[in-house]
Write a protein that binds this ligand. Structure first.
Ligand code: LLP
Length: 437
């Protein structure tokens, strides 16, 4: 009997039942109910340490990886980031508030977004967010106004678009000139934004940022982006005598969802990137700045798994089979949005041959409520079976909704000692009407 494909080594089989982070998925489903998000604490810590160690080995002192918390934000995750010594990237007052409530030191946060409101800016300053990533002139002026009102100088880096087109899906391809994010180097807007920042009394310009895209596997795009950014830094040194102290290269390393996805060797990628950065800075005769990166997916995706219970199995002779589960696009909208691939398994029947092709669909009143098409399941799949969708730690809970007034699932953190804790409670009926008047 052929072993099913497991996208990450925190998955294994025991007596035909899927084990995740060393714990039995069938027992977890029984204990906590489904649908259920699971997170593997050891894997999250491991993924952080991969970045932290590579940063220590290759980048100047003061360089730090920042967890892009849009991938999955809750108090427990911010606490984990504190324990691991990571910085964070936040994109909204809600993320800032959650991090603050978790006791995260917000001086280690970058505040992102292409349209920060005046209220967002004031709130972020109240909370002591360390560095703002200014996206455009209008925003830079708003940050300056608020800083002046408070009599402070706010640390700021500028978001630039280096003009790199990654071959990822359009929704996450952000490095191009034609993007809602950042000031393009190519059009001269990046230089104009820098000039403006240097004139503003309330702005302490520290450096530059770019983020070229997400789920990126291409060989050299991060290196190419770094070269373009460093060339720009050298130009700013020549034009304005501005010395860049901090270069933030964003997130984006791809993770393995299915067998055909590649696997990125992050320490090796960072070593190569550091070599390119050092050479290019030396070429221009400028000092190597502190480096930041903002991994989201590669910190939490493979630490996550979602469990569902099978309900209706509908066979349409001559067409196909639909396997319906007790969750769907409300807890994982990524197939509906991007046609994202996932490895899906019948977690209590790993010992059986997977000989039935099916569509794995949710329970929402909408045909687009699909988790995955062309999944191979054992033909005995039936009501009450347990389905595991792997690699769901990033952009699942974070993007979940209450569509059809379905409550969002609980998240359970699996500890390395074999114990587990609810870190986000399951939404109840009362939660669903809490804001209704
Ligand atoms: N930094 C910035 C400025 C970003 O915009 C992002 C992601 C990251 C870092 C983290 O990138 P990562 O390492 O996770 O690739 N909802 C989409 C992904 C959207 C990514 C948005 N920005 C998805 O489900 O695939």
């Amino acid at each position: 009997m052929q072993q099913p494909f497991f996208p990450c080594n925190n998955l294994s089989a025991k007596d035909g039942v899927l084990q995740f982070a060393g714990q039995d998925t069938a027992s977890l489903a029984k204990q906590y109910g489904t649908p259920l998000y699971l997170l593997d604490e050891a894997r999250i810590r491991h993924n952080c340490r991969v970045y932290l160690n590579a940063f220590r080995a290759h980048f100047p002192a003061g360089s730090l990886p920042h967890y892009a918390s849009k991938a999955n934000a809750c108090k427990a995750l911010y606490r984990l980031m504190t324990e691991e010594g990571m910085g964070i990237d936040v994109v909204s007052p809600g993320e800032i508030y959650t991090a603050r409530e978790a006791g995260f030191d917000l001086s280690k946060a970058f505040f992102h977004g292409n349209n920060k409101t005046d209220a967002d800016i004031a709130f972020a300053m109240d909370c002591g967010v360390g560095c703002f990533v200014a996206d455009n002139e209008e925003e830079l002026c708003a940050i300056d106004r608020e800083a002046n009102r408070r009599g402070i100088r706010q640390r700021v880096i500028l978001r630039l678009t280096p003009g790199i087109d990654t071959h990822t899906y359009a929704a996450v391809n952000t490095g191009k000139v034609d993007s809602k994010f950042g000031a393009a180097i190519e059009t001269g807007q990046a230089k104009a934004l820098t000039a403006l920042a240097l004139q503003k009394r309330g702005i302490d310009l520290c450096g530059f940022h770019c983020h070229i895209g997400s789920q990126v596997f291409e060989e050299d795009v991060f290196e190419r982006a770094a070269v373009i950014m460093i060339d720009f830094m050298a130009q700013m040194k020549a034009d304005f005598d501005f010395e860049t102290k901090l270069l933030n290269l964003g997130g984006g390393y791809g993770v393995r969802y299915v067998e055909s996805d590649g696997q990125i060797d992050i320490p090796q990628k960072i070593a190569t990137l550091a070599g390119v950065i050092n050479d290019r800075c030396q070429h221009h005769g400028i000092p190597v700045p502190q480096i930041a990166m903002e991994p989201g997916r590669s910190i939490v995706a493979d630490a996550g798994l979602t469990l569902y219970t099978v309900g209706t199995v509908k066979r349409i002779p001559g067409y196909k089979t639909y396997v319906s589960i007790d969750g769907g696009m409300g807890d994982n909208p990524r197939f509906a949005l991007y046609r994202s691939s996932y490895t899906c398994l019948v977690a209590n029947k790993l010992g059986e041959p997977a000989d039935l092709e099916a569509s794995l669909v949710g329970r929402c009143c909408e045909s687009g409520d699909i988790i995955q098409e062309h999944v191979m399941f054992p033909s005995s799949v039936t009501r009450g079976d347990l389905v595991a969708v792997c690699t769901t730690g990033a952009y699942n809970y974070a993007m979940a909704s209450n569509y059809n007034r379905l409550g969002r699932p609980a998240t359970v953190l699996l500890h390395p000692d074999g114990t587990s804790d609810v870190i986000v409670k399951r939404e109840t009926m009362e939660d669903l009407v809490r804001l209704d008047v």
